[in-house]
Design a binder for this molecule. Sequence first.
Ligand code: SF4
Ligand code: SF4
Length: 235
Amino acid sequence: MATNPPVNEDPVKTAAPRRPGNQAPEMCLACGTCAAGCPLTGQDGFDPRKIVRLVLLEREQELIASDLPWLCTLCGKCEYACPMGINIVNIVRTLRGRVARDKVPGMIHKGVALCRQTGNNLGLPAEDFEFIITDVAEELAAEEEFADFKIAFDKPEANLLHTLHNKLVNTQNEDLVHWWKIFHVAGEDFTIPRENWEGVNWGLFSGDDEAMQLSVGRIVTHMEQLEIQNLMYPE
Ligand code: SF4
Ligand code: SF4
């Protein structure tokens, strides 16, 4: 079932977080530099300057009801180019967070809900995950130069914690093998968590702060408990 975000009555123009160096949307010059730098300007009426203007006018419900916040890739080019440092990315993300969860497009919210319950966006049980990873590792070990390759799950004090993009577990196992070949040749001491291994934070993309924090917290917990200093984060 879709869990809607907590109600925040503040207008998006004040509620959207600002990073160091950001300024409030009131400082917008309407210069259009953001629109010139955005790869999506003109696509289905998308224009970051328009988004900033509508937010300034507190017409955010129009944006929330539209597809516009979901067209953005959150790449940040607009914000990088903006001479006033307007917090455009967090404006878009805050708009997304105000969309009812059953209106979040595509599979993103379903993935968030599964990740909350199971620790990964696929809803894969730990034993199935371990079976897939071990199977792919054994295939690699069948190659002569990788004969001693093995996956270490939850290894304390490894050099690197290897979280995974769910698609590498689901459909693109061969891309895992590319990483592992590099690690093996480089002598990298890495480990994969048996549970809560998801490295794709769809709470970030869907504007769900709580889910985002939960996913980040799980990774931090792994690193603290296993005493690992370095993280491979696939996004
Ligand atoms: S680049 Fe910045 S100042 Fe110029 S229109 Fe865009 S948000 Fe406003
Ligand atoms: S963050 Fe969104 S609005 Fe800004 S440049 Fe990227 S796609 Fe365009």
